[in-house]
Design a protein around this ligand. Structure first.
Ligand code: TSJ
Length: 647
């Protein structure tokens, strides 16, 4: 985000210096320009912007402990034991540097050279944005001699920077309360979201101690995160959490440097068929990859093929291994740092600097080749897996052709149980995927057949985790979904062929329903990912209760809502309310199902985000994996968490 803002600023800049002195009102007026959203994501972003500054201080070698506290009332306090933000007067503004940091937009970036500049120049532009969007913010700086304090309200100083005592400590503490006028949706922080990010930062900054405390409840919750092994520990952690067996004992670590740029990489293969590449630029997760990831893939494919040919593991007549073959079952953490990071778009996180493609591919080719030469048993194990993947790919291609030929022969290509809608094309149409024939029956009767299609699922579910693509083609439960949607799978997936605009998973609110939701989401995530990325997948929300009194009827989707309706229909507890608890979709008659769950005018639905799908995928891996240990551990540790994620 810091980088994005910088780019925007650069464009508006064009020679005039007036922009620098623009006040923080601009940020309050159009917060979306500075933090992409004022929803929960933007709220958490405030914390990251502040913590990034302490991380920079740690990167510069001046700080090894960062504490992040969530205080009661969702006040955030971040402190570090660094040098303390400089307090000296700046010639350009006549103000203390620390005041400039909090009151001038992008001070970190624009005051480089003379006066105040952040250590790496990587972050540090966000403090004024956080200040502008906080009801209040207080900073305390210790520089080994004195303690200084300043307070701001909605971006404005409430007084000058004050010296408030003597100290031999050094460090910075920032405390702030997000402004509920800006963050109207919520100002409540989610502990797990912050924990996830802090853990990631602890992995990326080996040896730095990050303490996260939640002091909002009766019992404080404290997590201390420090990983001496850095990104290698990150890879081990991912495998442990997912309960995956590794193909070789040691995580392979490679690193390189070229001028101001550096790259480091940790990789290990496991016994699954999935690839996981987590890439970072200046400690920021690049969800869309970019040149650094491309460099990694290029380098890896080249090393594997060259090594395999050199030792005659691939014969002259064999085809080369593809990128997908050599990345099957691979977990990678790739972290690069550079001073002039360029991103391909403003909203998406995708690195554009071409120098990184060269740097990373060169590193991988040269250093992994050396590693393989020195560890031939590891190289052999990895190549065996890749060769297996290549064979499976070939089998999948054949299965696909068989499936195609078969469907060409069958007169009706669409699955027999599909009740299609009369309207054609994706625009305005939807398909309900329903588990079980009885619920499917109600849905068929209750729907608006103009634009709503119903596909009941039947048969035994395929364990997607243990299956490659070739198995999906023969699966009687999933193939109807694939044919009904029309897009194809995996590499040949084509979103333009999608037959319905919305794909709605409709299942009971119980354990079995949650199971089928997790399975379908994992399936879409693994094999039809653009469906989720483009927001086509939704989850129907059938009500849990029907509350009626005479002719008045209300449907409730939670217990608090049920209680509210009881109070509304029977105030002061007088009169009699009838309360029905729906145990399954099958208990609702077609009219009720239409009114509560399928009628666009009344229904509520959840749109599945990539984050939901990633969580489903993770839960799925753990719950379906064949190792009992991690599964039990996970259920014990996350009993409540799993409920929360019951998507
Ligand atoms: F900016 C901020 F408010 F967001 C913030 C900055 C918040 C927190 C919690 C910490 C920090 C911060 C800044 N921690 N450490 C520093 N270090 C400096 O600003 C610093 C100190 C000394 C020198 C120097 O050259 O002597 C340079 C810098 C960048």
């Amino acid at each position: 985000m810091a980088e994005q803002v910088n780019l925007q600023q650069e464009q508006e800049y064009d020679g005039t210096q007036i922009q620098v002195l623009e006040g923080l009102e601009a940020v309050r007026k159009r917060p979306g320009m500075y933090i992409s959203t004022t929803g929960p994501k933007g709220l958490h972003h405030l914390v990251y912007e502040i913590v990034d500054n302490s991380i920079d201080e740690a990167l510069a070698g001046h700080c090894d402990k960062i504490t992040v506290e969530i205080l009661p009332e969702n006040i955030i306090r971040v402190s570090d034991n660094g040098r303390g933000i400089p307090v000296g007067i700046q010639p350009q503004t006549g103000l203390p540097a620390v005041t400039v940091v909090f009151t001038v937009l992008h001070a970190g970036g624009k005051f480089g050279g003379s006066g105040y500049k952040f250590s790496g120049g990587l972050h540090g532009v966000g403090a004024s944005v956080v200040n502008a969007l906080s009801e209040w913010l207080e900073v305390e700086v210790c520089n080994g001699e004195h303690r200084y304090f300043q307070r701001y309200e909605r971006g404005d100083e409430t007084g000058p920077l004050k010296e408030i005592g003597d100290t031999n400590e050094t460090g910075t503490t920032v405390t702030f309360k997000a402004d509920a006028e800006i963050f109207q949706e919520t100002t409540t922080y989610d502990f797990d979201t912050l924990l996830h990010r802090m853990r990631e930062q602890a992995f990326l900054n080996a040896g730095t101690l990050i303490i996260l405390k939640d002091l909002r409840g009766v019992e404080p919750v404290v997590k201390e995160l420090r990983y001496e092994g850095g990104i290698c520990s990150f890879v081990e952690y991912i495998h442990q959490r997912k309960g995956l067996e590794t193909l070789h004992d040691e995580v392979i670590y490679l690193s390189t440097q070229d001028g101001d740029s550096s790259a480091e990489l940790a990789l290990q293969y496991n016994d699954s068929y999935n690839e996981l590449i987590l890439s970072f630029v200046n400690n920021v997760h690049t969800t869309d990859g970019g040149t650094h990831e491309e460099g990694f893939k290029l380098g890896l494919t080249r090393v594997m093929n060259d090594y395999a040919r050199k030792y005659n593991i691939l014969k002259d007549s064999d085809k080369n291994l593809t990128g997908e073959d050599v990345r099957e079952g691979l977990t990678v953490v790739l972290s690069v740092k550079l001073t002039d990071a360029q991103f391909e778009s403003q909203t998406k996180v995708k690195l554009g600097n071409t120098s990184m493609r060269t740097l990373v591919s060169g590193m991988v080719y040269e250093k992994l080749m050396v590693y393989f030469e020195e560890n031939p048993a590891v190289a052999r194990a990895i190549l065996d897996k890749s060769l297996n993947a290549a064979r499976a790919r070939e089998a999948a291609r054949k299965a696909r052709e068989v499936a195609r030929r078969k469907s060409a022969l069958e007169s009706a290509q669409l699955p027999g149980k599909l009740a299609d809608c009369s309207q054609k094309g994706a625009e305005g149409t939807e398909i309900y995927i329903v588990e079980g024939d009885s619920a499917g029956g109600s849905a068929k009767l209750g729907r608006d057949r103009k634009f709503q299609a119903i596909l009941p699922l039947w048969g035994k579910m395929l364990n997607v985790e243990k299956a490659r693509l070739d198995k999906v083609y023969g699966n009687e439960k999933l193939m109807p979904v694939v044919t009904a949607l029309g897009t194809g799978l995996g590499e040949e997936f084509d979103l333009t062929k999608l037959r319905y605009g919305k794909i709605i998973i409709m299942a009971d609110a119980d354990v079995d329903g949650s199971h089928i939701r997790t399975l379908l989401l994992t399936f879409f995530f693994r094999f039809m990912r653009p469906l989720i990325e483009e927001g086509h997948v939704c989850i129907a929300q059938p009500p849990l209760f029907k509350i009626s009194r005479g002719k008045q009827v209300r449907y409730a989707f939670s217990e608090p809502e049920r209680d509210q309706y009881i109070r509304e229909l029977c105030p002061d507890g007088n009169g009699k309310c009838e309360i029905q608890r729906y145990k399954g979709l099958g208990e609702m008659d077609p009219e009720q199902l239409w009114e509560t769950t399928m009628n666009p005018a009344n229904r509520t639905m959840l749109r599945v985000s990539m984050e939901d799908a990633v969580k489903a995928d993770e839960i799925f891996t753990i719950l379906m994996g064949d190792k009992v240990g991690p599964r039990r551990e996970f259920i014990e540790q996350n009993a409540q968490y799993v409920q929360n994620l019951d998507i």
